[in-house]
Design a protein around this ligand. Structure first.
Ligand code: MG
Length: 214
């Protein structure tokens, strides 16, 4: 049965409405504008192309513009996280009540992930953090990234659950053999399990278990 719960970070362990990821995306757009001659109006389309081709915007920036990933993260993630997030004791309690080991699997860099978890007051609940460097800068939804995480945990896909706010990442998890949950707005085609917030997590986990044992 399930041993691990694998969480995305951004817009999953904190709500989209917090605005943190919007601000990071704004910083990434500024960075691209500074480092390349891509016109501002074309940046969203280029980022989408890079994400589809290389897994992340960063992946495309490294291939096409030879940028330094460390510099990219330093500039784009140069944000005071506490301006956007605060501890959420109710959520911490929900997570604590889940009878599974928890890890984070994020396309963001480790330092940032740790700071976000710390700010939310939930860092000590997570056994391990898999960041974009762990995946050699090729993150979700690339199949190899899920397989790397599973291999490191020493488990098969059917021994864990995965939760993410991006449909493409949820489908990536399913492709890796992991029952995957979308957090956000549903329904989305080909995605079976959708919750609107983390408070619904205990309920959906028991529904998944019921379905598998039926
Ligand atoms: Mg996310």
């Amino acid at each position: 049965m399930f041993r691990y719960l694998i969480f995305d970070l951004d817009n999953t362990l904190y709500p989209k409405e917090a605005g943190l990821l919007d601000e990071i995306n704004r910083q990434i757009d500024l960075y691209i504008g500074q480092k390349t001659n891509i016109p501002k109006s074309k940046i969203p389309k280029i980022r989408l192309d890079y994400c589809q081709k290389y897994g992340t915007t960063l992946g495309g920036m490294v291939v096409h513009h030879k940028i330094d990933p460390k510099e990219y993260f330093r500039d784009a993630y140069n944000i005071n996280i506490a301006d956007y997030l605060k501890p959420d004791p109710a959520q911490a309690k929900i997570l604590e009540g889940l009878n599974l080991k928890k890890v984070v699997f994020s396309n963001s860099p480790l330092e940032y992930v740790e700071e976000v978890l710390d700010t939310l007051g939930i860092k000590d609940q997570f056994e391990k953090i898999y960041d974009i460097y762990f995946c050699n800068l090729v993150g979700k939804p690339n199949l190899s990234s899920y397989n790397q995480v599973l291999a490191d945990l020493g488990i098969e896909g059917n021994e864990c659950l995965f939760i993410d706010d991006m449909p493409s990442n949820v489908l990536g998890g399913e492709a890796a053999g992991i029952t995957s949950i979308l957090i956000g707005e549903g329904p989305v085609s080909n995605i079976s399990w959708v919750i609107s917030n983390l408070a619904e997590l205990p309920m959906i986990i028991s529904q998944i278990k019921d379905k598998l044992t039926a």
